[in-house]
Design a protein. Sequence first.
Length: 153
Amino acid sequence: MTHLSRLIPIFALGATLAAAPLAADPPGHITGVGGIFFKSKDPKALMAWYRDVLGIALEPWGGATMHYDAPGHPPVLALNAFSRTTHYMDPSTREFMLDFAVDDLSAFLDRLKAKGVAVLKREDSPDGNFAWIVDPDGTKIELWQPKAALAPK
């Protein structure tokens, strides 16, 4: 099963849930991801790389806030566990991978290449356009431009 086939049911479910909220849900449930936190050998330098290379605006406290309602952002966030033996996150040895949605993958990759970032692979599919890079700590990053059918209107 490819990464794409794992995402499509999530988006279909997200669209269904967004269209018909469950009024009977009692209080006390998860509403979304509130943050992604991880260790780094040099947190300030790594966050500066995310700012300077990926263009992620940093807050005065050193981290970033990313809004679900940003123009062109997908309507849901995917969460999935992979087998410990997966090679999908190679060449990273980290136990996680970051996935950032982008509005124009080709333009974004041109910016990254101009900054000396190597693109590991690019894959254009009917479900979206993908590319992979690695950050200075060795974390694999998936860049994803959703197809119009998956992107919010």
